[in-house]
Design a protein around this ligand. Structure first.
Ligand SMILES: Nc1ncnc2c1ncn2[C@@H]1O[C@H](COP(=O)(O)OP(=O)(O)O)[C@@H](O)[C@H]1O
Ligand SMILES: [Mg+2]
Length: 354
């Protein structure tokens, strides 16, 4: 059990500044998710924390002890990768016990520990199987078992579920969540999947181009995104955003056509605005409302996503409706109603204004 602190951590690959002055405080027992687009530096940051990668600047503390110059084995963290990296010629039991066996654990203790881990991970009936005789989810569980048995100060996961199919991914996600509740071990979990981030995290760390953009609970990030990047990254479906300017306190949408809306704001330097799919409603076409045509509908069982072309560049506006909502004819021009209170306003740099 451990706290982890990053202090002005920076890393370059040649001229590429891949981690930019990262500061992060992780409390004992917290489940932290690092999320961001591919190539933003998530794996690099995780590898720096584990000690597999050197940093060029800054410090790392585990339980307030400076471990910046310590090798991975001295940091006492366990890492689980996307590729399970199991030993193919060893069975489940041997794979789980390998690290303890090589460090000289006595036979009986080792067996007890393996049995205990196998029970936690529901692998007890599979101990004699080889990795090739296991499903993807079972293999991932063995990889996790191997990490647990060393009783690490913290778990580091790097996209552990991205090789699994969708339904297994959901199952393993719940499993990892359950495991964290049961063991209470500090966890840093990397994913590019914002749904995984939202469902697992105590705290989400949004990274873009090597920079920590925002840290907060899933609720904080969803309701109070700090900028356009977080607003668009967090939430499904993606937030509707568009370019605009304000003239006489009224928002004008900019695009291949210009639309004067009826929405007022006192933020004169608004350059973008956004609204979530569940905050826009269809209405009769009227002056000052956005108008457009329904292009297509995604029926998801519990809800439906309706995509509307308002003639603003190529982007479609997405609405979220109840599953039994009656879709109007695709031939009929419809209006869209958004309330000023549901708008997120951003300045020219994409920073939130309201
Ligand atoms: N060993 C390496 N040598 C040079 N550049 C690297 C190396 N590893 C990663 N990078 C670069 O660092 C950046 C961050 O990579 P990475 O941390 O793997 O991103 P993520 O895990 O978020 O997809 C990328 O631009 C990537 O190309
Ligand atoms: Mg990665």
């Amino acid at each position: 059990m451990s706290s982890i602190n990053l202090n002005n951590v920076s890393k370059w690959y040649g001229n590429n500044h891949v981690i930019k002055d990262a500061n992060l405080d992780i409390d004992d027992g917290e489940f932290i998710v690092l999320v961001g687009p591919s190539g933003c530096g998530k794996s690099t940051l995780l590898r720096i924390i584990s000690g597999l990668e050197d940093l060029d600047n800054g410090k790392i503390f585990i339980n307030s002890i400076d471990v910046t110059d310590k090798i991975p084995s001295e940091r006492g963290l366990s890492m689980v990768f996307q590729s399970y990296a199991l030993y193919p010629h060893m069975n489940v039991s041997e794979n789980i016990g390998f690290s303890l066996k090589t460090s000289g654990e006595n036979k009986e203790m080792l067996k007890n520990k393996i049995d205990n881990v196998a029970e936690i991970l529901k692998l007890d009936k599979l101990l004699h199987r080889l990795p090739k005789e296991l499903s993807g989810g079972q293999r991932q569980r063995v990889a996790i078992g191997r990490a647990i048995i060393r009783q690490p100060k913290a778990f580091l996961f790097d996209e552990p579920l991205s090789n699994l199919d969708a339904s297994l991914r959901v199952e393993m996600r719940l499993e990892i969540s359950r495991l964290h509740k049961q063991l209470g071990i500090t966890t840093i979990y990397v994913t590019h999947d914002q749904v995984e981030a939202m469902t697992l995290a105590d705290k989400i760390v949004v990274i873009n181009e090597g920079e920590i953009i925002q840290v907060g609970t899933p609720q904080e990030l969803y309701n109070y995104p700090k900028n356009l990047f977080v607003a668009e990254f967090i939430g499904t479906p993606k937030m509707n955003t568009m370019k605009c300017y304000v003239k006489k306190n009224v928002i004008h949408i900019v695009g291949n056509i210009e639309i004067k809306t009826s929405i007022k704001t006192h933020h004169k330097n608004t350059k973008y605005f956004g609204f979530r799919a569940d905050r826009v409603k269809m209405c009769e076409k009227q002056k000052g409302s956005l108008t457009g045509y329904i292009k297509f509908v995604e029926y998801l069982g519990s809800e439906q996503y309706i995509y509307v072309d308002c003639g603003i560049n190529e982007s479609l506006i997405v609405l979220k409706e109840e599953p039994d909502y009656k879709i109007p004819s695709l031939k009929k021009e419809i209006g869209l109603k958004i309330l000023a209170k549901d708008l997120y306003l951003f300045d020219k740099n994409g920073n939130v204004l309201n």
